[in-house]
Design a protein around this ligand. Sequence first.
Ligand code: NAP
Length: 515
Amino acid sequence: MGTVAEQAGSPAPTEVRRARIGILGAGFAGLGLAIRLKQAGIEDFVVLEREAEVGGTWWANTYPGCQCDIPSHLYSFSFALNPDWTRTYAKQGELRDYLHECSHRFGVREHLRLGCEVLSAVWDDGRALWRLETSAGPYEVEMMVAAPGPLSEPSLPSVPGLDSFSGEIWHTARWNHDYPLEGKRVVVVGTGASAIQAVPEIQPLVEKLTVLQRTAPWVMPHRDRPITRFERRLYRRFPGLQRAVRAGVYGLRELLVPGLVYQPRLLRGIERLARGHIAKQVPDPALRAKLTPDYTIGCKRILPSSRWYPALNQPNVEVVTSGLAEVTPDGIRTADGQFCEADVIIFATGFYVTDIPFAATVTGSDGRRLSEVWAGSPQAYRGTAIPGFPNMFLLVGPGTGLGHNSIVFMIEAQLHYLLDALSTMQARGARTVEVRPEAWERYNQRLQARMGQTVWNSGGCMSWYIDANGRNTTIWPDFTWRFWQQLRRFDSAAYRLSSAPSPAGQSVELAAHPV
Ligand code: NAP
C-alpha cells in the first residue's frame, strides 16, 4: 500500500485493488470504524476519503466561528476521551486536530486513501462483492460501509440570476478564505446553525451585512467557556472524573427527549428561556418581532449563541425577512421588490440531507440505485441496512439524526453492531448479509408511527428533517440509549446470511440461527 501522498497525487491506476472492507468517508463515523476494526485485529480494509485529510464535517467546514454545539466532553469517542479540550464547546480546529490525532494514535493512517472520491458502487451478485469506481482507480471490496455524512453536500437554492452575479459567491461549508471581507457589502442567506456562528464573526469586518431570514431560529444563551488548566490537569490525572462529567452532560441532554418526542408542551420552560434571551438582547421591538419564531421550540434545532442577537443589533446589519427572489450582477432582489447591493453572497443554506447525492451512485443487487429505492424517503433498518444492498452498511443513516445529543453516541452504537455482524458472519461462514425486506419495512413503520406526536412533526415548522414526501426520515425519535440498546447485539434473524456463491454462481442461504 502506498503512502497517503502517493495515493493523493498519483494518476488513477487501472489495476483493481481489493480489500475485504471498504469504508467510504473518514469523518467521525468512518474513522471510528477504522479504529474499531483495527482494535478487533481486522487489517484488510481501506478508508476512501475524497478530501485531503480525515475529519469529515470538521475538516470541510472552516467558516469563521465554526464550533460544535454539543459539549466537548460528550462529542468525542468513548474510547478516546480528550482531557485537553480547551473549551466546553470545541471549535472546529480543535475537533479536526482531535480526529487527526486519533488517526495516528490508533494506527489507521496506512489504511487511508485520501483524495479518493468514490464515483460509483455496483454490487456484483455473481462474485458477491462491490465494484467501486473511484477518482484513484477501481476497487473491489467484499463489504462496503458507507459513511458519507448527512451534512456533507452543500445545498444552494436555485435562484434566478445566480450565474450573473459579478461578485463572489460561496457556501459556508466551502468558505473562501482568500477573499477578504473587510469593507465589503455582504449578503448572508439563511439563519441556521452555520449562519448564527459565522455572522457574529464577520459583522465587525464588513461595511454592510444583510441577513436574509426565512424562518427565525430559536436561540438559547450559550454556556461556552474556556476549560481552565486546572480542570484539564484534573481530567488528565483522574480520567474517571471526565467520564462522570461526560455521563452527566449526556443525562442532562436526554432530559429533553420527553418534550421533543412525547409532549412538546414540556418544552415551554425552555421556550420561555429563549424568549427571555431575545427580550434581553434585542431592545428594538420591531427587530425583536422579526426574530421571534412562530413555531414550537425544538421543531428545528435549538441553537446556542450569546452573540447572534448582539450582532444583528449593530447599525451595519439589516435583517430582511422577505425571500430571495433574484440575483442581479450587482446584488440581490427580495420578494417584496427591495434591491440590495452586494459584493459577496454567502449561502448558509444547509445541505442535501434526505436526498444525499451518494444514494444516486450506488446500485444494488436488482440493478436499482439506492436513490430509486428510497424514492425521496430514505429508510434503513436500524439506520444501518437496506434490502437489495447486500454487504452494505450505512453509518449515520436515515433515522439516526439527533437534535439534542451527540451523534458520536449513535455512531458508536452502530460500530458495535457492525463488529458484531462481522463476527457473526465469520462464525457462521457467511459471505453475504442482507437485511430482510419485512424487517426493514416493519422497523420503518414503527419509526414513522412514533413521529406524528414529536415536536419535529407537530411543532409547526418546516425543517430539513422532513423529506420530499413529507416524512421525517432523518431523526431518531426516542432516547438515544434505546438506539444503543437495539444495536448492542447483531440480530441475525432480521438478515439473510448466505454462503459464498458456488462455481455455478449460486449461493446458499444459511439457517436463521446457528444449529
Ligand atoms: P440549516 O440549519 O439547514 O439552515 C439553513 C438556513 O438556510 C435556514 O435558515 C433556512 O431557512 C435557510 N434557507 C435554505 N434555503 C433557503 C432559501 N432558498 N431561501 C432562503 N433561506 C433559505 O443549515 P446549517 O446552518 O448549515 O446547519 C445544518 C446542520 O448542520 C445543523 O442543523 C446542525 O445539525 C449542523 N451544524 C452544526 C453546527 C454546530 O454544531 N454548531 C454548526 C453548523 C451546522 P428555513 O429555516 O426557512 O429553512
